[in-house]
Design a protein around this ligand. Structure first.
Ligand code: FE
Ligand code: FE
Ligand code: FE
Ligand code: ZN
Length: 165
């Protein structure tokens, strides 16, 4: 698809995050099972369930703008997820692994926050108020997940990880 207008760019970016969310949905169970800290495990599992709802919201957005819900390969999320897997394979100590999982999960959240931040603004500008609302709900959940991960890192995981030798 060639991008000529802002509407085209909006749709292309929507397809990017739709693809990304589906990849994230596939990657999260592996991160949940590798996480050792119970708070971290729970936060990742909660966000995995939340992500299912995010995919549904995106499908509603596609419907609102009358475009078939189809993803477009996002190389950025593939790279972020590849790094996460690489970390999980190379870190032996489960305390250090937890800190690594948080950093990988936050890289994912930040990618999503940046995409949704843009999409919300463009949806508003293009007169898609209902779509903007749905996208803002996803953005809010990503922010919440990111903040919670920071709290878990600061609260226990990072200090515990520092004890690994
Ligand atoms: Fe998401
Ligand atoms: Fe992308
Ligand atoms: Fe997320
Ligand atoms: Zn952050």
């Amino acid at each position: 698809m060639s991008v000529k207008t802002m509407e085209d760019l909006f749709v292309a970016t929507l397809k990017d995050i739709y693809y990304a969310e589906k990849q994230i949905l596939k990657a999260l169970p592996g991160m949940v099972s590798k996480a050792d800290n119970s708070e971290l495990k729970k936060a990742l599992e909660t966000h995995r369930a939340e992500t299912e709802g995010q995919v549904e919201r995106l499908e509603k957005v596609f419907k609102l703008i009358k475009v078939p819900a189809r993803g477009k390969k996002c190389d950025a999320i593939e790279g972020i997820i590849d790094e996460a897997k690489e970390h999980m394979d190379e870190i032996d100590d489960e305390r250090v692994l937890d800190a690594g999982i948080i950093s990988s999960a936050q890289a994912v959240e930040h990618y999503e926050i940046c995409r949704y931040g843009t999409l919300v603004e463009w949806a508003k500008d293009l007169g898609h108020a209902d779509a903007a609302k749905l996208l803002a709900e996803n953005l809010k959940e990503e922010h919440h997940a990111d903040t919670l991960l920071t709290e878990i890192a600061r609260g226990s995981v990072n200090k515990t990880a520092e004890q690994a030798a």
